[in-house]
Design a protein around this ligand. Structure first.
Ligand code: UD1
Ligand code: CA
Length: 455
């Protein structure tokens, strides 16, 4: 939106978090609280975003510090009205300002669009909700004749009648910039908390004959703030429940929708099935008919159609092709790509390697810095010795190679087309194609040998 300014208040220290990390840097769904508010703000395509941060909160600026943001320090913190006063030099003269909070992470784009539509160049718009227990919140005061909003009274300043009002101020509001420039400097702190209340501009607006609109969030949890670890944990569950419901609506099968955690983006094709206790981080793309077994962790992974990941597998920064079978207990590390029809089994670790179609690495192996051809069989316990303590070296295994169990491939080394490696070999030289290579001493037996006896 061309004429939109957004202010995000994030000056509070968050003492009740009992943490040395500033409140707005605590993570929800793998992302700092403030980043949630920022991402939603950015989705409105505003002209500018100001973040108000406070004393002791330089870490916030350092952690989030994007150039396109305007960082405004509020020191000392004398209330929400005072926080907005600090932004005045940066606000446009025309257009609207939307006020958001760094500790209110789940506010939706849809709700904000509703709120902005309710306002205009002339009017303020407040996001309000009705609560059975409004204690602690600013109350929305309406006149008795036309039911127009005439003021917000802070909880600590309410009289007995106002205490009964169930419509409360969520704090999120839209105010024309011209009004902010005019009214913010006039705010006073003659109230029970000796603070400059942003909410006082509502009475000023009403006295000036302005209409004050109210809009409501699509869901009440959108306006919940985080003041403690208890509230953070509750909002995390809310977020995850909503994400799981979205996946179910798209047709994904979740064996238990309350036991999935998405800390990023999860894109699923048709008929994807996800068993319990999986964690998805960063961007994960699952093709049609992919199955993810229980207790898997996938981070920045692309998996093509019909591949099955068996339980307890950990996969990070990897591409996996069609019709593969990975796990149980596989670890696929960054830089790995598996082509189609690959089998990777239990206790196999693969790092920075590409494996071509139809190959199998089924048991207890480490494959690092390797290129593996088509239809290769890597026997149990095969290790690519890729590191000499200082440098890393490549292993090349060409098509149709068969590697016997318990083999060490000392890199750099090339196992040529169709080679067979005898079990228990330590391979230090390139092998010729289509031949058997092995490096182990001949078996012998010692006649007459006796086991030792106790002396
Ligand atoms: C505020 C509203 C109240 C509303 C409630 C919703 C005012 C005066 N009151 O009350 O009507 O019902 O939110 O939760 O606005 N902050 C700053 N600088 C300051 C003070 C606050 O950045 O000097 C930030 C805080 O970090 C916090 C937010 O503004 O994120 C709200 O401040 P808080 O003091 O918690 O306001 P409430 O008393 O809860
Ligand atoms: Ca509060």
């Amino acid at each position: 939106m061309k004429e939109l300014n957004i202010i995000i208040l994030a000056a509070g220290l968050g003492k009740r978090m009992n943490s040395s990390l500033p409140k707005v840097l605590h993570s929800l769904a793998g992302k700092p609280l403030l980043s949630h508010a920022l991402d939603t703000a950015n989705a409105l395509l505003p002209h500018k975003i100001c973040v108000v941060y406070g004393h002791g909160n330089d870490a916030v600026r350092e952690a989030i510090g994007k150039n396109e943001l305007i960082w405004v320090k509020q020191e000392p913190q004398l209330g929400t009205g005072h926080a907005l006063m600090q932004t005045l030099p940066h606000l446009d003269k025309k257009g609207l300002t939307l006020v958001l909070y760094g500790d209110v992470p789940l506010i939706s784009l849809e709700t904000l669009q509703k709120l902005i539509s309710a306002s205009s160049k002339e009017n303020l718009a407040l996001l309000t909700v009705r609560l059975d227990d409004p204690t602690g919140y600013g109350r929305i005061v309406r006149d008795t004749e036309a039911n127009n909003i005439i003021a917000i009274v802070e909880d600590k300043d309410t009289n007995i009648d106002q205490q009964k009002i169930k419509e409360i101020n969520t704090g999120i509001m839209v105010i024309p910039n011209a009004n902010l420039h005019e009214w913010l400097p006039k705010l006073e702190n003659k109230n029970s908390q000796k603070e400059y209340y942003l909410t006082d501009i509502v009475a000023i607006a009403a006295k000036a004959g302005k209409k004050i609109e109210a809009a409501h969030p699509s869901n009440n949890w959108e306006v919940l703030g985080v003041n403690s670890k208890v509230q953070l944990a509750a909002l995390e569950r809310t977020y995850q429940k909503n994400y799981a419901e979205k996946l179910l609506e798209q047709g994904v099968t979740l064996i238990d929708a309350s036991r999935i955690d998405v800390r990023g983006k999860l894109n699923c094709g048709k008929d994807v099935e996800i068993d319990i206790n999986c964690i998805f981080e960063g961007e994960v793309i699952l093709g049609d008919r992919v199955k993810i077994g229980a207790h898997c962790i996938l981070k920045n992974v692309k998996i093509k159609a019909a591949t099955i990941i068996f339980p307890f597998s950990l996969i990070e920064d990897a591409d996996i092709g069609k019709n593969c079978r990975v796990g149980p207990f596989s670890r696929i590390r960054p830089g790995t790509s598996l082509a189609d029809k690959i089998h990777v089994g239990n206790f196999v670790e693969i790092k920075n390697s590409s494996i071509n179609s139809g190959s199998k690495i089924n048991h207890l192996s480490y494959i690092g810095d390797a290129t593996v051809g088509k239809k290769v069989n890597v026997g149990a316990g095969t290790i690519t010795c890729n590191y000499d303590g200082v440098n890393k070296f490549q292993t090349v295994i060409e098509d149709n190679v068969f590697i016997g169990s318990d083999t060490q491939l000392i890199a750099p080394v090339k196992i040529t087309n169709g080679s067979t490696i005898g079990a228990g070999s330590t391979i230090t030289m390139n092998t010729p194609p289509e031949e058997l290579s092995l490096s182990r001493s001949k078996q012998r037996s010692i006649p007459g040998w006796k086991r030792p006896t106790k002396k």
